[in-house]
Design a protein around this ligand. Sequence first.
Ligand code: ADP
Length: 163
Amino acid sequence: MKAVYPGSFDPITYGHLDIIKRSLKYTDKLTIGVLNNPSKTSLFSAQERVNLIKELVKDLENVEVKHFDGLLVDFTRSEDSDVIIRGFRTVSDYEYELQMAHINYKLDDNIETIFMVAKNKYSYLSSSIVKDICKFGGDIQGFVPANVEKALKEKLFGGHNGR
Ligand code: ADP
């Protein structure tokens, strides 16, 4: 099974990484698709987000990281895949994820969306929460890998560490 795990990953967290590692048990090839959406403001550019993820998955076999724009179903097909993997954290994810899955079935009924439930310890974790905590000088070590922590601090505070 070739699958695509799409997202904004602005930036990638341990919660995303857990979904990546767990889904590799069921996939022959996984493409992490970083959405480059000009109408959505992101802290990191698509290329920066791709580079951060690449550093983290470089030792994993059969994983590729690419950015994409346009329709997810088109990107999925261009990866020669018919499976989209998404993660579920809380009930609040449900409505949005369900809507996206239905829209994607409408656009291409041959592409399946598969959901993985977040492990308890990551269910409260989101890119936005990590950005907020970092902005206010909180400790984000347990939430994101070291390269992401460094990049976040550089992006938010330039040469200063925020404290
Ligand atoms: P979006 O694609 O909606 O902008 P993200 O890039 O943050 O959202 O996440 C990509 C996918 O990973 C989504 O399906 C999201 O629900 C899931 N996800 C995000 N954070 C976690 C987490 N902590 N644990 C498990 N799944 C997560």
